[in-house]
Design a binder for this molecule. Structure first.
Ligand code: UDP
Ligand code: MG
Length: 332
C-alpha cells in the first residue's frame, strides 16, 4: 500500500455533540487539498456515543478513515501517541476534535513542512478561552520556557504538524506522562511557528479541569527538565550559607553580650519558612520519583481494544483475505 501524503490524528473523548460538525468541515477541507490523506481517530474511552459515531464515519469513508478504540481513558497525549503508531503519512498533523482548531488551517501547516521544516508549531490568534485560562496559561508558558528551554510561544495549541522522521522518533519513546509538542520539539532540527485561527469550542465542555491543567504543567516541567532539582540544591546551599553566618553571629553575641531569650517568635517564623521550603523540596522530589516509579513498572501505556481500518489495506500487511473486520491489537 502506498503511503498517504498526509495523516491527521484526532483524539476524541466524549465529543458526541460535535463530531458531525467536525466531519462536515474536516473531510471537505482535506479533499480540497488534492493529496492522499488518512484520518486517524483515537477514541479515548469515551462514555458517550462517540465510539459509535466514529464507527459510522469509518463505514462512510473507509478508504481514508481509521479508528483506534481504547478500552479506557488514558488522556489526550496517550491517545495521540496511539494514533501516531497507526499513521503512515509523510506529514502528520494533530488536531482537537472540538473544532477549536479550524481544519481549514491544515494546508498552511502542510506548506511549511513542504518548505523544509520538520516541526510546525502554532500560535492561536485571538484565543477563544476564558480570561482566567488565557492569563494562567501565559504565565505557565513563560515559566516553563525558562525552565525547559523549549521555545513554544503557545504551548496549548494542539494543531501542529510533524515530519515523518519526528513521528518515527516519537514512536520509539516509551515515556508515560509526556507532552507531545514538547517531545517533538526536542527532536526537531528546523522548527517553525505560524499563527492560526482559534474558535470557541463547538459543542460540549473542556475536558480539562483546573487540577488536570496543573498536572499537565507539572508533566511538562518535570518531563523535560531537571532544573527544579537544581534549584532545590541551590536553595539548600544558599540557606546553609545563611545559617552558618547566623551561627557565627550568635556565637559572637553569646560571648560578648551574654545569653538572650528574646525574639522567640522570629525564630518560629524562620522555622516555619524553612519547613515550607523542605516540604516543597520533598514534593518536587516526589514528582520525579513518581515518574521514575511509573516508568520502571513498564506496564503497557494504553490498551487498544480494536482498530477499525479498511481491510484492503491491512490485508496487504497481515490478513490474506476478508472484508471489513475488527481486530484487537491487545497488549503491546
Ligand atoms: N481529549 C482526550 N482525552 C482526554 C481529554 C481530552 O482525548 O482525557 C481530547 C478531546 O476530545 C479534544 C482534545 O483532547 O479533542 C482537547 O480537549 P479539550 O478541548 O477538552 O481541551 P481544551 O481545548 O480545553 O484545552
Ligand atoms: Mg478544546
Amino acid at each position: 500500500m502506498n503511503r498517504p501524503q498526509l495523516s491527521v490524528v484526532i483524539p476524541v473523548y466524549n465529543e458526541e455533540a460535535g463530531l458531525a460538525a467536525l466531519f462536515a468541515r474536516l473531510y471537505p477541507a482535506l479533499d480540497q487539498m488534492e493529496l492522499s490523506y488518512e484520518v486517524v481517530f483515537v477514541n479515548d474511552g469515551s462514555r458517550d456515543r462517540s465510539a459509535a459515531i466514529l464507527g459510522e464515519q469509518f463505514r462512510a469513508r473507509p478508504d481514508v478513515t481509521r479508528v483506534v478504540l481504547f478500552n479506557g481513558n488514558y488522556g489526550q497525549h496517550m491517545a495521540i501517541l496511539a494514533g501516531f503508531e497507526q499513521t503512515r503519512g509523510e506529514i502528520v498533523v494533530t488536531l482537537d476534535a472540538d473544532l477549536q482548531n479550524p481544519p481549514e488551517e491544515i494546508p498552511n501547516l502542510v506548506d511549511k513542512i513542504r518548505a523544509g521544516h520538520d516541526y510546525v508549531g502554532t500560535i492561536r490568534r485571538n484565543r477563544r478561552d476564558s480570561w482566567f485560562r488565557r492569563n494562567a496559561s501565559r504565565m505557565m508558558n513563560r515559566l516553563r520556557e525558562r525552565i525547559t528551554h523549549i521555545q513554544m510561544t503557545d504551548q496549548g495549541c494542539m494543531l501542529r504538524a510533524y515530519s515523518r522522521q519526528i513521528i518515527d522518533t516519537i514512536n520509539q519513546c516509551r515515556e508515560i506522562n509526556t507532552f507531545i509538542p514538547a517531545l517533538a520539539y526536542t527532536f526537531a532540527q528546523n522548527p517553525v511557528e505560524i499563527e492560526v485561527a482559534h474558535e470557541e469550542r463547538f459543542a460540549g465542555e473542556s475536558k480539562y479541569s483546573l487540577y488536570s491543567l496543573i498536572r499537565l504543567n507539572f508533566d511538562l516541567v518535570t518531563g523535560f527538565s531537571v532544573v527544579p532539582l537544581q534549584w532545590l540544591a541551590a536553595i539548600g546551599m544558599g540557606l546553609s550559607f545563611v545559617s552558618a553566618g547566623l551561627f557565627v553571629l550568635l556565637m559572637v553575641r553569646r560571648f560578648v553580650l551574654g545569653a538572650e531569650v528574646q525574639g522567640v517568635f522570629t525564630l518560629f517564623a524562620i522555622t516555619f519558612f524553612l519547613l515550607g521550603v523542605i516540604l516543597f523540596g520533598i514534593g518536587i522530589l516526589g514528582e520525579y520519583i513518581g515518574r521514575i516509579y511509573q516508568q520502571v513498572r513498564q506496564r503497557p501505556r494504553f490498551l487498544v481494544q480494536a482498530i477499525l481500518e479498511d481491510d484492503a489495506e491491512s490485508a496487504a500487511r497481515e490478513h490474506p483475505a476478508g472484508t471489513l473486520e475488527r481486530h484487537a491489537a491487545g497488549r503491546r
